[in-house]
Design a protein around this ligand. Structure first.
Ligand code: PLP
Length: 393
């Protein structure tokens, strides 16, 4: 695929170029039969700067949401120096790109070998645990420069995914773990993850109040409070406050709950950091007599989240390089594989006369899109194409 024109990134470093101006220009030159992600580095740069400016602490990036090299490079250029990593391969990957990155190994469940490699080969000095077995594995590495963060959980139902059934100590366990960690020289910290796409800032408030109670009960001064990711994105069918509102609540609550001994704050957004930077351009491959639509990507590709979350991303429909009017009845959309689950949970009105060959562009696809795509059934995951101007909302 040849770029028609190279556009400079404005304030972005000159080495990072985009190829196409926007989706329309791309489609005027190319009519791809395979799905593509249209990636706007400028949108990511802007979001990242804004999060760093508004959050009252350090912003780390949850690599799992989108580990593409171009995404990580843009984040680094925008000033991000800390990364939440969940596996040795993520650690290797980020270390290979940035020698000086701060890596937080925040998957609470890690093997002995993973910890050894992270510590000895990659210089990782920050680890999350949520039980005693996890702490026991870390004991050989505990010293003053090592940070041990205890992840705890509360019950709530304000997130699309609630991680509470898989990760997190109860408050009582967290108190016990904090006391134990404090017996070593390591730095003590607390964390929680309210669940992804958490739509209520009050959940963060409740967690921070509980973190302060845990620290008080354990009689331990925590060096850091990591308020996790989970910040929501405004999909078509969500109505959520601006992220700055969440940051305001976090800031106020921390000040009230830790009046004398304010811990350093860290957040680690995935979805809220990268959703805006990419759209997914798919092509209609078949129209059933009953109006159901088959497209060339699905839940085994870039649309995996739409099989487990009833999110509705913004859409644009394209025909012959021109955006056409959306509307008509809401349609069932199937992906191309032979599997029954390859179907989007939400129905979308596409256009009255949608037909094979038209393109359906899904916005807000930068997070958990390419990151979770597979090549199931021989349908290759979508590749990245650069645009200067992303899918504006
Ligand atoms: C420890 C941790 N931090 C941050 C994130 C990012 O969450 P989100 O994409 O909801 O911001 C995740 C997601 O799974 C996570 O497990």
């Amino acid at each position: 695929m040849k770029p028609s024109k190279i556009y400079d990134q404005g304030s972005m470093p000159i080495a990072r170029k985009t190829c196409w101006f926007d989706t329309q220009q791309f489609l005027e030159h190319e009519q791809p039969n395979l799905p593509v992600f249209l990636y706007a580095a400028s949108a990511l740069y802007k979001t990242s700067r804004s999060l760093q400016l508004n959050f009252p602490g350090e912003v780390s990036y949850a690599v799992k949401a989108n580990p593409e090299e171009t995404v990580l490079n843009t984040l680094w250029d925008s000033g991000i120096r800390s990364f939440d990593v969940a596996s040795i391969n993520e650690i290797k990957w980020v270390s290979s790109l940035f020698r000086d990155a701060n890596l937080h190994f925040n998957n609470p469940v890690k093997s002995e070998r993973d910890i050894e490699q992270a510590y000895c080969l990659y210089g990782v000095r920050s680890f999350v645990i949520d039980d005693l077995s996890g702490l026991n594995l870390l004991i050989p590495y505990l010293r003053a420069e090592v940070e041990v963060t205890i992840r705890f959980k509360l019950d709530h139902d304000r997130a699309a995914y609630d991680f509470g059934s898989k990760f997190g100590a109860t408050s009582e366990q967290a108190i016990m773990l904090l006391k134990r960690v404090n017996q070593y020289q390591a730095k003590c910290a607390l964390t929680f993850h309210p669940g992804s796409q958490c739509t209520d800032s009050e959940v963060y408030e409740r967690y921070i109040i509980e973190a302060a109670r845990i620290a008080r009960k354990a009689d331990v001064s925590i060096k850091r409070l990591n308020v996790g990711g989970g910040f929501p994105v405004n999909y078509q069918n969500s109505n959520v406050a601006e992220i700055s509102e969440f940051f305001h609540v976090i800031n106020q609550t921390v000040k009230q709950c830790f009046p004398d001994d304010v811990p350093g704050l860290l957040c680690e957004p995935g979805r809220a950091m990268v959703s805006f930077c990419a759209s997914l351009l798919t092509r209609v491959i078949h129209l059933r007599d009953n109006g159901d639509v088959f497209i060339n990507d699905g839940v085994y590709g870039g649309l995996q989240e739409q099989s487990i979350m009833a999110i509705e991303t913004p859409l644009r429909i394209w025909r012959n390089g021109i955006e056409i009017q959306q509307g008509g009845k809401a349609r069932t959309i199937f992906g191309p594989t032979c599997d029954l689950v390859d179907r989007l949970l939400s129905q979308y009105p596409l256009s009255e006369d949608i037909k094979p060959g038209d393109y359906v562009e899904f916005g807000l696809m930068g997070a958990y899109g390419s990151a979770t795509a597979t090549g199931f059934n021989g349908f290759d995951p979508a590749e990245y194409v650069w645009v200067e101007k992303g899918f504006e909302l």
